[in-house]
Structure formats: structure tokens, C-alpha cells
Design a protein. Structure first.
Length: 346
């Protein structure tokens, strides 16, 4: 094979290939008794970004894994994006990564092994940027290419940031704009503008290192990252976990400029509508365009952060120093019976 595009082997690119929230909930149901371990601080029951295990001495280990099919055609960039995305789960818990091992599935009859080596090289480059070693991994010969990492991190036990600990009145911030799924779908369809392709690549290969900084801020009450379930899906996890509602100012949600042309050309990821079908009943009425953006599957998206409103100025100052967007776009409120969990106020 002398000519190929990695994305031609992707039934759903990047985090867009994730199983929908509704289907995943069904899969995770079990009649097997839960094995209780008092040292497990965060497990599967909270739908959080990673597992956290207390190892004593005030320290805890964070463990996560993430992998997906190609979201770009360049194998080196595919390795970088998949690696940044996997490491993000450590930062989303407030931790610092320690090491990673790779997960590689490669169709050797369809794609040259040299291209797989470029994927691994991209992963090594990201791990080096994160200050960790790519220590090993596992590979299989499979029908379609997949790549990702299993990552181990560490954190002070009392600084773990979960997705279910927000309080009424907390303000909402997002550290990367929405629209990555739409742009990568446009790239797959051959209609992407170069400026958008480059911007999406930059966003997807930017580590969410700010999470480790935010873990040191007591007024950061809750945190997660926005990936395949879209902004609304991950915000609903925060709301339902904490028993709250969220009110959003749509005009202040960070969104990549110029998405309208892709909406008009129907460059909408399949995961967008799967997302809406899974959780749309929990969201107040919104326009079709808003649905396309707020349910857009993000690959290596930003951190979604709940901040004590009395400390918002301090948080925004720190965010500005880190080069991050600083506009609050919503807040958590007490849940009101009979109302949608998420409402757009403007």
C-alpha cells in the first residue's frame, strides 16, 4: 500500500468513537457485588476521569487509560493527540503524571509498520513534554488502527479534584474552546480550512497542565475534562454527581470562530447526535446549532472547572498567567424539581 489516509480507517474519529453515555451506562450495570477497598478514593461509581488509590503518607496514585481510532492522517500527530488526551485525565484529577505505557492496535496488512513507529514517536515526544517516560506497552494486529496510553499519576490525597463535588453558586470555566469534533470531521470530509486544521491540532496537542496548578487551589471545587460526550455530557456528570443544576450564558461559552460554515456543510460528527439522544432529555430547549456545538465530541478538550464565586477574580488572574480563557460562562444552582438539569439563560 503506497497511498493512504489514516482517517479512512476511522468509523468514528478520536473521542468521537466513544460509546454513547446511555449505552455505556447499560454496559457498566452489574449484578456482581462491588468489592470494597477503603483505600480506593475514586472509582467507577462516580463517572470520574480516573481511579485514585490512597498509598499512605498523604499520597495517592491516579490510574487511567484512553485510546481511539485516528483523528488526523499524520501518524506522528495521531500519536501526539492520543497521548495528550490520555494524560489529560491525570491533570483533570489535579495530579501530576508519573509514567505511561502504550496501547497499539495496527492492521499490518493495510498499513506499513513504519507508520506505526511514527505514532509511537509522537507519543514519546508528548511524554517527554509532560516530563514522564513512555515505559512500555502492548500491541496487537487488528482490523483498524487504534492508539492510546495507560497513564499513572500521583497527587496529595487531600488535593484530589473530582467531577461530583461542585457547590451551588460555583462558577463554570472552560480552558479550551469547543468545535474540535466539527473541524476534524471537516478535515476527514476534505473541506477543512487550513487555519482551522492548524488551530485544532494546536488545541489537541496542548497538555492540560493547568490541572496540576488548580489542584493547589482550595476554591476550585470540582474539575473534569471535556472529551467525547461534549460539553453538555460532561457538565451533566458534574451536575448529577453533585445533585445540582447548571445555568449557562451561551454567548460566553468559548467556541472556535467560523464553525457556521461547517454546520452548513453538515460536517457534524456522528457522536454529536448519539450524545444528544443519550442526554438531551435533561437539557432545556436549545437550537439545532447550539446542539451541534454543545454536544460536539471533543478530542483532547479543555478542563471544565467549578470555582467558588467569591474567589473568581483570583482564579481568573491565575488562568490569565497560564494563558487560558478567563470568562465564566455559567454557574451551578440548587436543583429545582421538575426543571431541566441544564438551562441556557441567554
Amino acid at each position: 500500500m503506497t497511498s493512504f489516509r489514516l482517517t479512512q480507517f476511522s468509523p468514528g474519529a478520536g473521542c468521537g468513537c466513544k460509546i454513547s453515555p446511555a449505552d455505556l451506562e447499560e454496559i457498566l450495570k452489574s449484578e456482581v457485588a462491588f468489592y470494597a477497598d477503603e483505600n480506593l478514593l475514586v472509582g467507577n461509581e462516580s463517572k470520574d476521569d480516573a481511579a485514585v488509590y490512597d498509598i499512605g503518607g498523604g499520597k495517592a496514585i491516579i490510574s487511567t487509560t484512553d485510546f481511539f481510532t485516528p483523528i488526523v492522517d499524520d501518524p506522528y500527530d495521531f500519536g501526539r493527540i492520543a497521548s495528550v488526551n490520555a494524560i489529560s485525565d491525570i491533570y483533570a484529577m489535579g495530579g501530576k503524571p508519573l509514567m505511561a505505557i502504550s496501547i497499539l492496535g495496527w492492521p499490518l496488512e493495510k498499513l506499513p509498520k513504519e507508520e506505526a513507529r511514527k505514532v509511537i514517536e509522537g507519543a514519546r515526544a508528548v511524554c517527554q513534554e509532560a516530563g514522564i517516560v513512555l515505559a512500555g506497552g502492548h500491541s496487537i494486529d487488528i482490523a483498524d488502527p487504534v492508539f492510546g496510553l495507560a497513564v499513572t499519576g500521583i497527587i496529595d490525597s487531600n488535593r484530589v479534584k473530582q467531577n461530583n463535588t461542585a457547590k451551588a453558586g460555583n462558577l463554570l470555566y472552560l480552558t479550551k474552546p469547543l468545535g474540535i469534533g466539527m473541524i476534524t470531521t471537516a478535515e476527514k470530509n476534505g473541506i477543512v480550512k487550513e487555519e482551522h486544521r492548524q488551530l485544532a491540532l494546536q488545541l489537541m496537542t496542548t497538555l492540560n497542565k493547568a490541572g496540576a496548578v488548580f489542584s493547589e487551589l482550595s476554591y476550585v471545587r470540582s474539575m473534569t475534562d471535556v472529551t467525547g460526550f461534549g460539553l453538555l455530557g460532561h457538565l451533566l456528570e458534574m451536575c448529577n454527581g453533585a445533585g445540582l443544576q447548571a445555568e449557562l450564558d451561551y454567548s460566553k461559552i468559548p467556541v472556535i470562530d467560523g464553525l457556521q460554515s461547517y454546520i452548513e456543510q453538515r460536517a457534524i460528527p456522528g457522536g454529536t447526535m448519539r450524545n444528544w439522544k443519550s442526554y438531551g432529555h435533561q437539557v432545556a430547549e436549545i437550537t439545532k446549532e447550539q446542539r451541534f456545538i454543545l454536544c460536539d465530541p471533543q478530542t483532547s478538550g479543555g478542563l471544565l472547572v467549578a470555582v467558588d464565586e467569591t474567589r473568581s477574580a483570583e482564579f481568573e488572574k491565575i488562568s490569565t498567567e497560564l494563558g487560558l480563557p478567563v470568562h465564566a460562562f455559567g454557574r451551578f444552582v440548587d436543583r429545582r424539581e421538575g426543571e431541566p438539569v441544564i438551562q441556557l439563560m441567554i
